[in-house]
Design a protein around this ligand. Structure first.
Ligand code: AHR
Length: 364
């Protein structure tokens, strides 16, 4: 079904979570998904313990603190899983270290958490520890990035990263066509190696690039950090100066670093610049940069999974079985109004012109 969001609706949907699909999407947490793959979700013998006073003990193994997006995600979890809301939150910043993240999950098991939330740094290497959670009867909820080698979790709440990458490619195609740009020579600053956010965005953009016959001159990890984005862009500027007209940064912090490197190299970017600059995340300060014409387009990654996770926990507490996959709603922003809609996976999606009013309405 074709779906074009109005501006007002788009702004409202940034805060709400609605029924599932591809980009611009989500589903309600409690429904009829069988818990066959997750005994902890269905077996009363392994149902959740609790503190006795009704407070639910929740352990959250967070990726780290690499980006503005991550800060928003952490704040959202700390706000939602508060004592006032009936939770006792044990939060571990895993500092982008997979071994530390596995250790944090095992420590949550030992501490007898009622629920464990994981934002997986990498997509693989999870089956053993998730089996341990399952055997301990502790339901696990995955947020943001995916686990690709185990289904031993109750639910996942996050983004369709491939759709984000496809949307970026479709926007670039439409934008270049409107501007009469015949040749695309792109540089990609990827996110952290092995993260599903990186894999999905890379695959999605690459699919469109291959279909359109674009050249991807180089693609290197900037580790989702500003320093990483700057370092990669500095090396790109040395190796490819004068050869590229598009820079794709897989998150806002990398885009900030890339801008610094291009400033130093005397390369202009954004509206009217030498280079079309694209980012992902759409944190408020970076939607402002879209509005200001420094970034040409920005593809949202919604960090507000925690309210839905809380709904899932409350549903589990009532003995309900949640949906296994819940997609958060996401929107696409552009500095100019020449591309107002793109088709992604056969679905029309709005590209929002990032006016000051739009920026001011952004929740994070
Ligand atoms: O997993 C989400 C990604 O991780 C965000 O795009 C990035 O900013 C963060 O570090």
């Amino acid at each position: 079904m074709k779906k074009i969001f109005s501006l007002a609706l788009a702004a409202a949907m940034s805060l709400s979570l609605v029924a599932c699909g591809g980009g611009g999407n989500t589903s309600t947490p409690a429904a009829s998904n069988p818990a066959a793959s997750n005994p902890a979700a269905s077996n009363p013998a392994v149902s959740t313990p609790s503190t006795g006073d009704g407070t639910l003990k929740v352990g959250f193994a967070q990726v780290g603190h690499e980006s503005d997006w991550r800060t928003a995600s952490t704040k959202s979890a700390q706000d939602v899983f508060s004592a006032a809301n009936g939770y006792e939150l044990s939060f571990v910043d895993c500092d982008n270290d997979s071994a530390k993240q596995l250790e944090a999950v095992r420590s949550f098991i030992q501490q007898g958490m009622d629920y464990i939330i994981i934002d997986p740094i990498v997509a693989t290497g999870w089956d053993t520890v998730l089996t341990e959670c399952d055997e301990a009867g502790i339901p696990v909820i995955i947020i943001d990035r995916t686990v690709d080698d185990s289904d031993k979790y109750v639910a996942w709440v996050g983004s369709d990263f491939k759709v984000e990458g496809l949307a970026c490619g479709e926007w670039l195609k439409a934008y270049a066509a409107d501007k009469g740009i015949g040749e695309i020579n792109a540089l990609v600053i990827e996110g952290s190696v092995g993260a599903s956010a990186t894999i999905g965005r890379t695959d999605g953009f690459k699919e469109i690039a291959e279909r359109e016959g674009w050249t991807i001159l180089d693609s290197q990890s900037g580790d989702f950090t500003e320093a990483g984005g700057q370092e990669v862009m500095e090396s790109f500027c040395q190796s490819y100066k004068g050869q590229f007209n598009v820079v794709i940064c897989q998150n806002d912090n990398e885009a900030a670093g890339a801008m610094t490197a291009m400033d130093q190299a005397g390369i202009t970017y954004g509206v009217g610049g030498d280079v079309i600059l694209v980012s992902f995340d759409a944190n408020k300060p970076y939607v402002q940069m879209v509005c200001d014409g420094k970034i040409n387009a920005n593809f949202e990654c919604n960090p507000m999974a925690a309210p839905t996770v809380s709904e899932i926990i409350q549903a589990l507490e009532k003995g309900e079985t949640p949906e296994k996959e819940v997609y958060v709603s996401e929107h696409w922003f552009a500095a100019e109004d020449n591309v107002t809609s793109i088709t992604v996976n056969g679905e029309a999606q709005e590209v929002i012109h990032a006016t000051q009013e739009v920026v001011d309405g952004r929740p994070y």
